[in-house]
Design a protein around this ligand. Structure first.
Ligand SMILES: *Cc1c(COP(=O)(O)O)cnc(C)c1O
Length: 395
């Protein structure tokens, strides 16, 4: 019997049994429209309110600061476009973000550039961490919004979001964080974090694909992204996806409660990193310390990431070359390029994103399987051959 190891949790996660059980009665029994003025509607409305209240408890915010959306991408779009359009009325037409954001943020910023906004993409250091000095230099009286992701989806680096929020607020600028990867990994207390908006997505934390959330601090009047009916206090139209909303609330409670157990995930991740970086010409991408518990992103010279992935997949191991969204393109990862990894090395990088479900045996299996794959692929590489010839001459 061959093994199956899923080590691509940063791309998506399976719906958990508990989340499935929480959603099931909403599909089959409480299927009413929360806006309806009858028993079926009231039943649904109660579940909607209850979900919002439970999520507010997880994040220590007000229930009326929580807005349900269709995904993380929609939340990112709403936060950034909504803030840009709001602040333009006050003469602010400049956005500050980082070079390593998710495409949902970068491409939204690019769309705003076409509308005439100016965008500054602040550098990160070689570990992928935002420089607060560079951020401070970038923010001006014309800045509308600072958008800094909480944790990076490719290299797992965790950003100084609270400090960035302080810098933004000193100049009257709104602060947004894409926390899709941070949720369930880092305890988030919205009463102290200091952000005005925070985006998250269900399918990265064992809720279904197609549900997201945007926290909008009370008093921040973002322009609507989706106009329609009176749902979400008239700020996001569309009949609420109640089964998924109930699932998201359950998933968030579970993810939050399991944060203390991440120490074990971190230990397994560290074993993966320390063993795999023993392979010659390999290197950890990102930070040793400011890193998500489940993320190991390692660059291997003289091999193509795509080829490694294919061989891993044939051995029953699911990993990634970086972001699932960019893996269909042949461009090197913008994140790896931003931390100074040269093109040819960026192409040989593999991301393992493990979870609570990943076992020691799974790690053993990856450690058994990957080194011979690298060896085999390098044996086919002309660059590897040149290197070895050069070495032989030197000896
Ligand atoms: C997955 C992801 C998104 C997009 O979320 P979807 O729900 O898939 O649209 C946005 N930002 C980050 C950091 C992500 O990892």
């Amino acid at each position: 019997m061959s093994r199956f190891v899923y080590a691509d949790n940063a791309a998506t996660t399976p719906v958990s049994e508990e989340v499935m059980e929480a959603m099931r009665p909403v599909f089959l029994e409480a299927w009413g429209n929360p806006s309806s003025q009858h028993t079926k509607g009231y039943e649904a409305k109660e579940l909607l309110d209850d979900s919002r209240a439970r999520i507010a408890r997880v994040f220590n915010c007000r229930p009326d600061e929580i807005y349900f959306t269709s995904c993380g991408t929609e939340s990112d779009n709403w936060a950034i476009k909504g803030a840009a359009h709001l602040m333009r009325k006050k003469g602010r037409d400049h956005i500050v973000t980082t070079k390593i954001e998710h495409h949902a943020v970068l491409h939204t910023c690019a769309a705003l550039e076409k509308e005439g906004f100016r965008v500054t993409y602040v550098d990160v250091d070689s570990e992928g961490i935002l420089s607060l000095d560079a951020l401070r230099d970038a923010v001006t009286e014309k800045t509308a919004l600072v958008a800094v992701m909480y944790a990076n989806n490719e290299i797992g680096t965790v950003q100084p979001v609270a400090e960035a929020a302080k810098i933004a607020h000193e100049k009257g600028v709104l602060m947004f964080t894409d926390a899709v990867q941070a949720v369930g990994n880092i305890k988030i207390d919205l009463s102290t974090l200091g952000v005005d908006m925070l985006a998250l997505s269900g399918h990265k934390i064992h809720a279904p694909k197609g549900i997201g959330m945007l926290y909008i601090k009370k008093g921040v009047r973002l322009e609507n992204l989706i106009d329609g009916g009176g749902q979400e206090k008239r700020r996001r139209g569309g009949t609420e996806n109640l089964p998924y909303i109930v699932g998201l609330a359950r998933a968030l409670e579970i993810a939050d409660a399991r944060i203390p157990e991440l120490e074990l995930v971190r230990q397994r991740r560290d074993r993966l990193i320390s063993e795999l970086t023993k392979i010659p010409y390999s290197k950890l991408n990102g930070s040793q310390t400011q890193r998500l518990a489940g993320n190991a992103n390692i660059g291997f010279e003289f091999v193509e990431g795509e080829s490694i992935l294919m061989w891993l997949d044939m051995a029953g191991i699911c990993a990634s070359t970086g972001s699932a969204c960019s893996s269909n393109s042949l461009d090197a990862s913008h994140v790896l390029l931003a931390i100074g990894v040269p093109h040819e090395k960026a192409h040989g990088s593999i991301r393992f994103s493990i979870s609570h479900e990943t076992t020691d045996e799974d790690i053993d299996y990856i450690l058994e399987t990957l080194p011979p794959i690298i060896e085999r692929l390098r044996a086919l590489s002309p660059l590897w051959e040149d290197l070895n010839k050069k070495k032989q001459k030197e000896d």
